[in-house]
Write a protein that binds this ligand. Structure first.
Ligand SMILES: Nc1ncnc2c1ncn2[C@@H]1O[C@H](COP(=O)(O)OP(=O)(O)O)[C@@H](O)[C@H]1O
Ligand SMILES: [Mg+2]
Length: 325
């Protein structure tokens, strides 16, 4: 992926409003060839709506959507160079895995030998070789979702649209699927628009992230840009963890890993008592009661020996961000 590469998909001044007034407004997005862009935001912010307009399942009210510079806005879904995978696997239960995968290729009249070869290769790629004769109900959720993704990839779309594809899976499988998707994406160089409500998942897999709020884009940037330089208070609170202080018409924000905790009280510093220490793996979440305010910090486990619940500490901030309210 080259961020200065060619634009694969473009959404230009797009609006889509439902009859009840809900929807998305003023959507502009350039997605580069071979890029994985994630739209992230809470439930109801309009992620699926945008994916469906790209896939052709919802007409747009205003603006345009292009692939390789050509408008696709008037095309039926099956005429678009896109393929979509949903949260529920949508495999046909009465068809074998082979038949599920072959369906779209048969419609496109590919020769049988080529279909078989492509399916075999694709099953290798999604780490499910030999599954041709199985049926969907013999597969785990993670395996079914791999087949759903494989089925979309076999159609060789210009843009693959993934709507919360892993959110029904267990945490462990979910992180494994992330890694595999990243690998497949790199190997094939395919352009992907991924949707999730899980900010950690977005941070983990994306070249760039779009943070959405109530039908509009709040910020577009690399995971690092979004995390280190959140453009708004909303982005700062949605991505990662953040301590906030309101003062007058300003808000200060400090990430827990930027809260420096030292033992003992200190004159002129922010002093407090440790309320809780929770070991979360290689680091601990330490909550400190400073007057009315509870400050959250993350401390490496190796630095924990100086601290105990109830202990006196003072805190400092390594880095903070200011927002106008
Ligand atoms: N078919 C529909 N008719 C009316 N309102 C809808 C319809 N689909 C979604 N909405 C509303 O549009 C908003 C965005 O929905 P959606 O795109 O599904 O959000 P997300 O995928 O981010 O959870 C929500 O307020 C939702 O209730
Ligand atoms: Mg949705």
């Amino acid at each position: 992926m080259k961020s200065a590469g060619e634009i694969k998909l473009q959404i230009i001044n797009m609006d889509k409003t439902y009859d009840n007034g809900d929807g998305v407004k003023g959507i502009n997005l350039d997605v580069y060839s071979g890029e994985l862009v994630t739209m992230v935001g809470p439930s109801g912010c309009g992620k699926t709506t945008i994916l469906r307009t790209i896939g052709g399942f919802l007409p747009i009210d205003r603006g345009d959507i292009t692939v390789n510079g050509n408008s696709i806005a008037a095309l039926a879904p099956e005429k678009r160079p896109t393929a979509m995978v949903f949260q529920s696997y949508n495999l046909w239960p009465h068809m074998s895995i082979y038949e599920n995968l072959a369906f779209g290729l048969k419609l496109r009249k590919h020769p049988k030998a080529e279909i078989t070869r492509r399916i075999n290769n694709m099953l290798e790629m999604v780490k499910m070789p030999g599954f041709q004769k199985k049926y969907p109900n013999q597969l785990s959720g993670g395996q079914q979702q791999r087949i759903a993704i494989a089925r979309s990839l076999l159609l060789q779309p210009e843009v693959l649209l993934l709507d919360e594809p892993f959110s029904a899976l267990d945490a462990k499988i979910r992180t494994q699927m992330r890694e595999e998707l990243k690998k497949i994406q790199k190997e094939l160089g395919i352009t992907i628009i991924f949707v999730t409500h899980d900010q950690e998942e977005a941070m983990a897999i994306s070249h760039r992230i779009v943070v959405m709020n109530k039908g509009v884009f709040e910020q577009i940037g690399t995971p690092t840009e979004i995390y280190d330089y959140p453009a708004t208070k909303y982005v700062a609170s949605f991505i990662g963890e953040m301590n906030f202080w309101e003062h007058g018409d300003r808000t200060s924000a400090v990430r827990p890993e930027n809260v420096k905790v030292s033992p003992g009280f200190k004159e002129g510093a922010i002093n407090g008592h440790i309320r809780t220490i929770m070991i979360l793996g290689h680091y601990a979440e330490v909550n400190i009661e400073c007057g009315e305010k509870l400050i959250k910090s993350f401390i490496p486990r190796t630095e924990l020996e100086d601290f105990a619940e109830g202990g006196e500490v003072h805190v400092g901030f390594r880095k903070q961000t200011e927002f106008s309210k």
